[in-house]
Write a new protein. Structure first.
Length: 337
């Protein structure tokens, strides 16, 4: 490690050049990932991007073809027992033992981890206490997910890994996952979850990494991703004074793909370029290549002597970011795979 900052940050997950090939297919491709202790990190990507494979490598369920992995500053292969002791995992497609109760499932993990959790308390946290003595074979898919989450919480893990946790859940279940993620994070745990359900992400994550074909194609806070994504962003400026001058100045700024002063005639309708007009004639509508061009436009307009009374930005949605980075359609609702 070189810089002072690096020395001060403890990582919960760190990979360098991580690669996993299955025959000629590369599932994880030279992945370098760093998740700081105490973060809630969203690992996003379309189906087949390599999310579950990465998690399998972190947990030593699979062995890398190349690269290094550190989990809670341990090596998953050499320190597998300690890693499993300190990590709580809800695996993708978690399945239950049909003839065992919820309580039995929890007992199994509590015994394995030599923890002293109360099964009832854990199931209460995930809203499943009423079914604690029912065979898990009678549980719905959402109830199984809740049970899997409770099992992941055993022993107060330092790192909680949730692989597609929203899968099969109704809105209440989704809220439970979010609440538990925040509670665990407040307790000090790092939370790492994978998802292709984008709507949930901004409500939970501090930072997001987008995986596509085994590679990390974008990473940052949602704000950072929005600012840098190559997704057109519409900026409306309400100006005092010469709106046409403001339009000309804005249009000349690097990264501006269109600027107009919508007239009353086309108010509130989309022009050919997709710009939306307003009725007062003092609004200048500007389309930016990406959101990070805003400052340059505001500065140029103000420097031209036209004062800006108000701005209104239509930020790119998280779905459009996802599409921009992966060329894959985004799945917006939970409960689908
Ligand atoms: N054991 C395996 N043998 C061969 N190929 C595999 C194996 N496991 C995964 N793959 C392939 O590796 C790629 C990545 O799969 P992975 O399950 O990691 O993706 P994912 O991002 O988790 O997708 P999903 O959201 O569908 O679970 C896929 O093309 C998959 O078919």
């Amino acid at each position: 490690m070189s810089g002072r900052e690096e020395e001060e940050t403890t990582t919960a997950i760190e990979t360098h050049g991580l690669t996993k090939r299955y025959g000629s297919h590369t599932a994880v491709d030279d992945l370098s990932l760093s998740v700081a202790e105490g973060e809630i990190y969203g690992f996003l990507g379309p189906n087949g991007a390599g999310k579950s494979t990465t998690i399998d490598l972190l947990m030593d369920y699979a062995r890398p073809t190349d690269g290094t992995i550190s989990v809670l500053e341990m090596r998953p292969r050499a320190d597998v027992v300690d890693v499993h002791q300190r990590v709580g995992i809800l695996p993708d497609g978690f399945t239950v033992y049909e003839n065992r109760t919820g309580r039995d499932h929890l007992r199994l993990v509590i015994d394995t981890k030599r923890a002293d959790d109360d099964p009832e308390g854990l199931l209460e946290r995930v809203g499943l206490a009423d079914a604690i003595d029912d065979d898990a074979g009678s549980y719905s898919r959402g109830m199984c997910q809740r049970l899997g989450l409770a099992m992941a919480l055993v022993g107060d893990p330092d790192l909680l890994v949730l692989d597609e946790p929203f899968s099969g859940l109704d809105p209440h279940g989704i809220r439970t996952i979010r609440e538990v993620a925040h509670e665990e994070n407040d307790r000090g745990a790092t939370v790492f979850f994978s998802s292709h359900v984008l709507g949930q992400v901004e409500l939970v994550c501090d930072r997001i990494g987008i995986l596509h074909e085994g590679q990390l194609v974008a990473e940052g806070t949602l704000e950072e991703l929005r600012a840098s994504a190559p997704v057109a962003t519409d900026l409306d400026l309400v100006v005092d004074g010469d709106a046409e001058r403001a339009r000309r100045v804005a249009a000349a700024v690097d990264g501006v793909v269109g600027a107009s002063v919508p007239s009353a005639a086309n108010a509130a309708t989309s022009s050919e370029s997709g710009l939306v007009g307003t009725a007062d004639g003092q609004t200048v509508s500007v389309r930016l290549e990406s959101a990070d061009r805003q400052e340059a436009v505001l500065e140029a307009v103000e420097n031209s002597g036209v004062s800006i009374r108000r701005t209104d930005v239509t930020e790119p949605s998280i779905e459009s970011l996802f599409v921009a980075h992966t060329d894959e359609p985004a799945i917006e609702s939970a409960g689908e795979r």
